[in-house]
Design a protein around this ligand. Structure first.
Ligand code: NAD
Ligand code: UDP
Length: 308
């Protein structure tokens, strides 16, 4: 197939592109490198099945026929929410609309990378897809949460009103090689700090939880969803819920670091709990995460060591 991956120079996107090329497809990546990195796709420049289009999807998308469009384009780290809120709001809304229009025009199937953030600071744990969420539309995370919620609303209405063939994945915290070391999310921060012998920056008291999914599991879930007939949103994530303190301990043990913890204030609206209910993914896609934390974190450490 001919496949377009928006955001394909990013962390998850570049792993998806490798997988699609390995499966024998032709892949175009469109990326403006706002958070993506040339290094993530440098190994593909000689591949005749791969093309890079350096462009902002808010401004322009290719006028070409594709069989599949994966839209992963969006900054995703909370530190970007304060720095570039308008870019985030625009890519989730206008950028996604541009790709939906292309899908409508050319008959492509399109997948939207949504997020567990549509559930906000959840009052239900684990979160099933039927949960409507608890989101502050004016808070520190609102540019991202509401852009993704609007992106989902666009997606479902392009499907209903215009017959576009859509898929929606709700991605839960994903980690692995190719995350930018200065990305600001917990895994890059803790690894880079521990490897440099610096104190781990723990926001709040570290009792808030996340469930970490290794990137190969995420790509498997995403491609299964794309090739399924499931048009409802599907949570993809690992169900192994841990406190941030526990994640800090695992990383300290792995790296052999004896560094302290530096406690910093918990950012506004930081979700206290997060775990996906993956019953739908199991039932409809026969998917579940298989990479255990110790294995995924080991691979990730090897990658972060290259930056020392
Ligand atoms: P990332 O920042 O590494 O990748 C995003 C990519 O999109 C980057 O290459 C960036 O340059 C590109 N991009 C952003 N705006 C663009 C624009 N206007 N035009 C073209 N390209 C643009 O982040 P990631 O962690 O790989 O996330 C990929 C997708 O998955 C995002 O949509 C994110 O919201 C979603 N997601 C990720 C996670 C996670 O834990 N990693 C969780 C939930 C949702
Ligand atoms: N966090 C932390 N220290 C850091 C970075 C993040 O304690 O250096 C916490 C953050 O407050 C949140 C969790 O780790 O509770 C996950 O944060 P991340 O930015 O990775 O993603 P989120 O799930 O919040 O979008």
């Amino acid at each position: 197939m001919k496949i377009l991956v928006a955001g394909g120079a990013g962390f998850i996107g570049s792993h998806l592109v490798d997988r699609l090329l390995n499966d024998g497809h032709t892949v175009d990546v469109i990326d403006n490198f706002v958070t993506g990195r040339k290094e993530n796709i440098a190994h593909l420049t000689e591949n005749s099945q791969f093309t890079l289009i350096e462009q902002d999807i808010v401004k322009e998308v290719p006028d070409k026929k594709y069989d599949r469009i994966y839209n992963l384009a969006s900054p995703a780290s909370p530190i970007d929410f304060a720095k570039i809120p308008f870019e985030i709001l625009m890519v989730g809304s206008m950028g996604h609309k541009n790709l939906l229009d292309l899908a409508e025009k050319t008959g492509a199937r399109i997948l939207f990378a949504s997020t567990s953030e549509v559930y906000g600071d959840p009052k239900v744990n684990p979160q099933p897809e039927t949960y409507f969420g608890n989101v502050n539309c004016r808070g520190a995370r609102s540019c991202y949460d509401e852009a993704k919620r609007f992106g989902e609303a666009l997606t479902v209405n392009y499907q209903k009103m215009k017959g576009v063939d859509t898929r929606t994945i709700r991605i839960f915290n994903t980690y692995g090689p190719r995350m930018a070391p200065n990305d600001g999310r917990v895994i890059p921060n803790f690894f880079m700090q521990a490897l440099k012998g610096e104190a781990l920056t723990m926001y709040g008291d570290g009792t808030q939880t996340r469930s970490l999914c290794y990137v190969s599991d995420m790509v498997e879930g995403m491609t299964r969803l794309m090739e399924s007939d499931v048009t409802e949103p599907v949570n993809i994530g690992n169900t192994d819920e841990m406190t941030i303190r526990k994640i800090g301990e695992l990383i300290t043990e792995l790296t052999g670091s004896s560094a302290d913890i530096k406690f910093l204030p918990l950012p506004e609206n930081d979700p206290k709990l997060r775990q996906p209910d993956t019953s739908r993914a199991k039932a409809l896609l026969d998917w579940q995460a298989v990479v255990p934390a110790h294995k995924g974190l080991q691979e990730t450490m090897t990658y972060f060591q290259t930056f020392l």
